[in-house]
Design a protein around this ligand. Structure first.
Ligand code: PLP
Length: 415
């Protein structure tokens, strides 16, 4: 049988047991504990789950060990990523912490390529997990490896600059050292790192997988062999995805492909228009000419996605002014929601990255990161264009921002 398209998988993945259960939507199992009528069976289930098994033989025993609603989401994401298994966590950071803790068999040295999400950067650089980290350029990973290197950590597209890392090349350089890819910006719609040789593909499910800005979670697609220690870490740390959150994230998947592609079309158009805007000094987006110097679009990614970064000519003052002046776009951290969000990496998400590093990565004081949603593209452009026209002195702001009628008429009215 021909394998179903990704669109079809997004709609049906992880729902294979529903017909048998006689339901149409995934049930939400909120049990904290489960009846154990047979002691020997309970012992066997505990043994299996404590050793990292995906499913118990008889029952879930206790919510920290296993939950059927979470397991359904895991089956769905494993299928979308082309992995044997997926393991869900309370947040993206819980997932990253778990994989760092679970892969230390070879040692406690990690090779990581900047830029990465600010929280990841801080976790690696702070020494909180007692790991030794070598920051490396993507093309110099091989030279950074040591006998005690536990894993190589990369993020592509990278937060916040949207720079792409060649996954297959890093995998080649890493040899038998596992490569972990934070694929949050791409989603399985645009990129499947496991097929390129990565050991694990990781997501802040808070972003595109949930897709509506209302759920926090993290998930890692990987082999069954690496999933087992991840489940063990989850059991002992208790960094659980709540079943309600798992239901919400699973509910986001049927529209994942539609949302990602629709947002990408809008992002392409906005990136083009921004790059011609007199108040914009630079736009960073893989879909623009020169934005993908390694030609990874088509080879590694199906499309450039819906995140872009741009630098305003007026620097920090103007960037601050844009965040104040937008009306339709929400000034907020996070990304991957149906609504568009704009934020200032140097002042917010990446403020803990040492300033020298920020400068080297191009995270300038005038940089804004835009997560494009699925609103009408002309409405988004009008909002951006208007916000960019506001002088950096802030002279404009008080009168107009005090008048919500003005905003409604301007933003959502004719044309
Ligand atoms: C948001 C984000 C994270 C952290 O995820 P949380 O769900 O906020 O813990 C990790 N990586 C990337 C690329 C992110 O955007």
């Amino acid at each position: 049988m021909r394998s179903p398209s990704l669109d079809t998988r997004c709609v049906h993945a992880g729902r294979d047991d529903l017909a048998r259960l006689g339901v149409h939507a995934p049930p939400i199992d909120l049990s904290s504990t489960y009846p154990l009528h047979d002691l020997a069976e309970g012992t066997a289930d505990l043994d299996a789950l404590a050793s990292g098994a995906r499913d118990p033989l008889h029952g879930s025993v206790y919510a920290r060990l296993h939950n059927p609603t979470v397991a359904r989401l895991e089956r769905a994401v494993a299928e979308l990523e082309g992995g044997e298994a997926a393991v869900a966590f309370a947040s993206g950071m819980a997932a990253i912490t778990a994989i760092l803790l679970s892969l230390t068999a070879r040692g406690r040295h990690v090779v990581a390529v900047r830029p990465v999400y600010g929280g990841t950067d801080h976790l690696l650089a702070s020494g909180l997990l007692a790991l030794e980290v070598s920051w490396s350029r993507a093309d110099q990973v091989r030279a950074a490896l040591r006998p005690d290197t536990a894993l190589v950590f990369i993020e592509t597209p990278a937060n916040p600059t949207c720079a792409l890392v060649d996954i297959a090349d890093v995998v080649r350089q890493a040899g038998d050292v596992p490569v972990v890819v934070d694929s949050t910006f791409a989603t399985p719609v645009l990129q499947r790192p496991l097929a390129l040789g990565a050991a694990a593909s990781l997501h802040s499910a808070t972003k595109f997988l949930g897709g509506h800005g209302d759920t926090v979670g993290g998930i890692i697609a990987t082999s069954e062999a690496l999933a087992r220690p991840l489940r063990q870490v989850r059991i002992v740390t208790g960094a659980l995805l709540h079943p309600l959150a798992a239901f919400m994230l699973h509910r986001g998947l049927p529209t994942l492909s539609l949302r990602v592609l629709a947002a990408q079309e809008r992002a392409r158009e906005l990136a083009l228009r921004l790059s011609g805007h007199p108040a914009v000094a630079a736009v960073h987006y893989p879909g623009l000419p020169g934005g993908d110097p390694q030609s990874l679009l088509g080879r590694q990614m199906n499309g450039p996605g819906s995140l872009l970064a741009f630098e305003v000519a007026g620097g920090y003052e103007q960037a601050q002014q844009v965040m104040r002046a937008v009306r339709l776009i929400t000034p907020a951290v996070s990304l991957g929601s149906t609504d568009s969000l704009i934020q200032h990496p140097a002042g917010l998400t990446h403020r803990l990255v040492p300033e020298r590093e920020r400068a080297a990565l191009g995270i300038s004081p005038g940089m804004l990161r835009l997560s494009v949603g699925v609103e009408g593209v002309e409405d988004l452009w009008r909002d951006l264009d208007r916000a960019l026209a506001v002088p950096a002195t802030g002279a404009w702001s008080t009168a107009d921002s005090a008048d919500p009628e003005f905003v409604t008429a301007e933003m959502l009215g004719a044309g």
